[in-house]
Design a protein around this ligand. Structure first.
Ligand SMILES: *Cc1c(COP(=O)(O)O)cnc(C)c1O
Length: 460
């Protein structure tokens, strides 16, 4: 190949089939497809033949090689710079250390990023992709989102201090944990706006949706969404599944079970896509809390939404798994017309019954009492401290194969439940330092007019 020749870009289509093909950069910038669907790559590259070569790479190198397959039009050198920068601030040199607990149980620690939850893996990179976009287009970007906690703080830490980007995050006043609020409001960065609003997460989310619905406003301030459906987030999460398998003894790889604490179905979907690309692994267990819509789906084939009941694992308190549509697309025979039908049915609130083909998914659920018991047991048996989301994995463990549990947050983010289970309060220096900092918050009414006026006033 002649050096410097532009490579043929990968194209991205919408699950609902009514959006023209997008490049990677266009799909990242759009987030949601204009027809309401989710972006997927036109073809899934095969990675099986590359694994031997990839097994000696560092985490950022592996991520760069992987992303080059999905956006070859971005030069490989640039991918290496982007991923080195994205994972530079992780406090573990391995970025995603795989801890062996027993011969049969490993924990993949995904909480060593700046906000101590796995969402940093995607959002540190997404912040840099936004910055790259701004540099190329010359158009400054307003990132807007609503959060119930972890996504907002990870997005803020991905965008803070980035040239040409301002980030506005709405959250329900008094309903995110004090530490999560401090992570959003104590950055000291002048391009970050943490906005508490009265009401629930749904109220905050509705205002954000209405701002995007006003297309004239969205165009005027160059609004960009930060939510869990961006294709770049899913791809960034594929990388740690590959990383983990490459660290297992070879004999355990083909059968191993990934156990994934799940809410929006984004994290576990990434693993399943990696398997479709040829990653050797066995099964995936969808581990839910008492908000068990996905558990019920995988055990009965019926997708029936209920009310959200707040739990000890709040980042999984979800009854509308926004990434589920990508899975359904494959399960329903890659038929966009059928997806449009099924998604309309789900939106109307009626239950949907799907003839589930044989898949590599299993499911489990855990209520709050059991979360505390599982945390206490792991502490007693192995002196390992779990956060309440990760604790949901520790039930129904497979007996006949190796399990890799994805640990999605640091226990120090959820000190109360952990203290209740183990008798001592987990701490982390990053979170301790936050307690001494001044909070900078911009409280306002949960109305579209108030938020739009604020963004216009702050726009640089
Ligand atoms: C977001 C989150 C989850 C759920 O991840 P999904 O991709 O929505 O399934 C689990 N644990 C923690 C700590 C989270 O922040």
């Amino acid at each position: 190949m002649v050096a410097g020749l532009p490579k043929k870009p990968m194209r991205y289509f919408s699950t609902r089939g009514q959006t023209p093909l997008h490049t990677f950069s266009e799909a990242v910038e759009a987030g949601l497809a204009p027809d309401g669907g989710l972006f997927l790559p036109e073809s899934l590259p095969s990675i099986a033949g590359k694994l031997a070569e990839w097994s000696t790479l560092s985490y950022p190198q592996l991520a760069a090689e992987f992303f080059t397959l999905f956006a070859p039009e971005i030069p490989k050198d640039e991918w290496h710079q982007l991923t080195a920068e994205a994972y530079r601030r992780f406090e573990s040199p391995e970025v995603a250390p795989l801890k062996k607990i027993t011969d049969k149980t490993y924990i993949l620690e995904l909480f060593h990023g700046p906000t101590l939850a796995f969402k940093d893996f995607a959002l540190q990179l997404l912040g840099l992709l936004y910055k790259r976009q701004v540099k190329l287009s010359g158009k400054k970007l307003c990132v807007l989102g609503a959060t119930s906690g972890d996504t907002g703080s990870a997005a803020i830490h991905g965008c803070m201090g980035q040239d040409g980007i301002q980030i506005f995050i709405l959250y329900p006043n008094g309903r995110v944990s004090p530490l999560q609020e401090r992570q959003m409001a104590c950055t000291g960065a002048d391009n970050v706006f943490a906005i508490p609003v009265p009401g629930t997460f749904d109220d905050a989310q509705r205002v954000v949706k209405d701002c995007f619905g006003d297309t004239a406003f969205a165009g005027e301030v160059n609004l960009s969404a930060v939510n869990s459906i961006n294709i770049a987030r899913i791809l960034a999460q594929c990388v740690y599944y590959i990383w983990a398998v490459l660290r297992l003894p070879e004999k355990d790889r083909a059968t191993c079970e990934f156990v994934v604490p799940t809410g929006n179905f984004g994290n576990v979907l990434a693993g399943w896509l990696a398997q479709r690309m040829g990653l050797p692994c066995g099964t995936f267990r969808v581990a839910t809390n008492q908000n068990d819509i996905l558990y019920r789906f995988f055990t009965t084939g019926e997708y029936r939404q209920g009310d959200v009941h707040p739990s000890h694992a709040p980042s999984m308190d979800i009854q509308a798994a926004s990434n589920f549509e990508r899975f359904l697309y494959f399960v329903l025979g890659e038929d966009s017309a059928r997806i449009r039908e099924v998604m309309a049915q789900i939106k109307s609130g009626s239950p949907v019954k799907i003839d589930l083909p044989a898949t590599t998914f299993r499911a489990s659920r855990m209520d709050d009492d059991t979360i505390v018991k599982a945390t206490a047991q792991m502490w007693k048996d192995w002196h390992y401290v779990l956060d309440p989301h990760t604790a949901c994995a520790f039930t129904d463990m497979a007996q006949d194969r190796v399990s890799i549990v994805l640990s999605t947050a640091s226990p120090a983010k959820f000190p109360d439940v952990v203290q209740q289970a183990t008798g001592s309060e987990p701490t982390h220096p990053t979170l301790e330092a936050l307690k001494a900092k001044d909070m900078q918050r911009w409280p306002m009414d949960a109305t579209t007019d108030a938020v739009k006026a604020f963004i216009r006033a702050k726009k640089h």
